[in-house]
Design a protein around this ligand. Structure first.
Ligand SMILES: [Cu+2]
Length: 321
């Protein structure tokens, strides 16, 4: 189970009930301050992996947020590399340890990988979704190049091997040295540009209540209808809560090849936020062999405003339980 949002993906044919209610936005300002370079996906194509427990049932219950602890459920993220230099390629190394301090070497694959690694700056301006390599002794490693100095959070999302083991997301701090200039969180907008693509987000993220998030991918004004499977899905969504970087890993339940899920332009989710607040959403999608990431700022309980209007001030929903 993912210790994050319980998510349900709908087919692309789902009625676009959210698209009409929130006005029309024309501005297409880029909102990804620091888009990761497009990368060639070297992962093997995901086969139709079985849904984890609770997957595919459309449950929307909020779960405790992940990533806030370095140690949880008997497992610890031991980040060997605690400091890197901004703008310089370095190798990030870490070990997942069990309660006896031993390096974990057995994992269950989820979404095509034994472990998903997210690296995000504290100001949420930089985001990386990586798949490190595990050595036989359990040491994980991956090269990273973080463009800006400052505080980062490293999230390891994995399920240990063994019957009944649950998915965990452990988080640890990482520092990138250099002159630090924290960036303000971009205002909520319904469109994000990444490379030649534009992604539109409709819907609202709500604390404690299921809400639909629909993402529509276009290029040069034309809907993209040939998205490629990436990690067993047409969209891979991570949400981080602004303020503490609580980690919500969300996946569509609809799978390529299931007979109903279309390869774009729409990828729809139903999500429940663990609390009110402001979140940064990162959508990974794959097209023509490259993976792109579109990022959005979303406030719970409020749809992204029309681009020409200032964002509404957050209401008291930030204290919802
Ligand atoms: Cu991943």
């Amino acid at each position: 189970m993912h210790a994050g949002l319980r998510i349900t993906a709908f087919t692309a044919a789902l009625a676009a009930t959210f698209g009409t209610a929130y006005g029309v936005g024309q501005a297409f300002d880029p909102v990804v301050d620091d888009p990761a370079p497009a990368r060639h996906d070297t992962h093997p194509r995901a086969s139709a992996e079985p849904e984890g427990e609770g997957g595919g049932h459309g449950g929307h219950e909020a779960e405790p947020a992940g990533g806030l602890q370095i140690s949880q459920g008997g497992y610890t993220l031991d980040l060997t590399t605690a400091r890197v230099t901004a703008g310089k390629r370095s190798e990030l190394r870490f070990v997942i340890r069990d309660s006896a301090g031993r390096a974990v070497t057995a994992y269950q694959r989820e979404h095509d990988k034994e472990l998903h690694l997210i690296v995000a700056s504290r100001d949420l301006g930089t985001y990386r979704h990586l798949h490190p390599t595990r050595a036989g002794d359990g040491t994980w490693s991956i090269p990273v190049d973080l463009p800006r100095a400052g505080g980062y959070r490293v999230f390891a999302d994995f399920t240990p091997g063994g019957k009944g083991a649950e998915n965990l997301t452990l988080g640890a701090d990482l520092a990138a040295s250099g002159p630090y200039e924290p960036q303000p969180l971009p205002a909520p907008r319904r469109t994000a540009k990444v490379h030649d693509y534009e992604v539109r987000l409709d819907g609202a993220l709500r604390p404690g209540t299921a809400g639909e998030l629909k993402l529509k991918v276009s290029r040069d004004g034309r809907p993209v209808t040939d998205l490629q499977p990436y990690l067993g899905a047409y969209g891979h969504l991570v949400a981080l809560r602004s303020g503490d970087l609580a980690y919500l890993h969300v996946h569509p339940n609809g799978e390529p090849g299931d007979g109903t899920t279309k390869p774009g332009p729409d990828v729809s989710f139903t999500a429940t936020a663990p609390s009110g607040g402001t979140y940064r959403l990162y959508l990974d999608f794959k097209h023509e062999g490259k993976v792109h990431t579109a990022a959005f700022t979303v406030r719970t309980g409020t749809p992204a405003p029309a681009e020409d209007h200032p964002a509404p001030h957050e209401d008291a929903s930030g204290h919802g339980h």
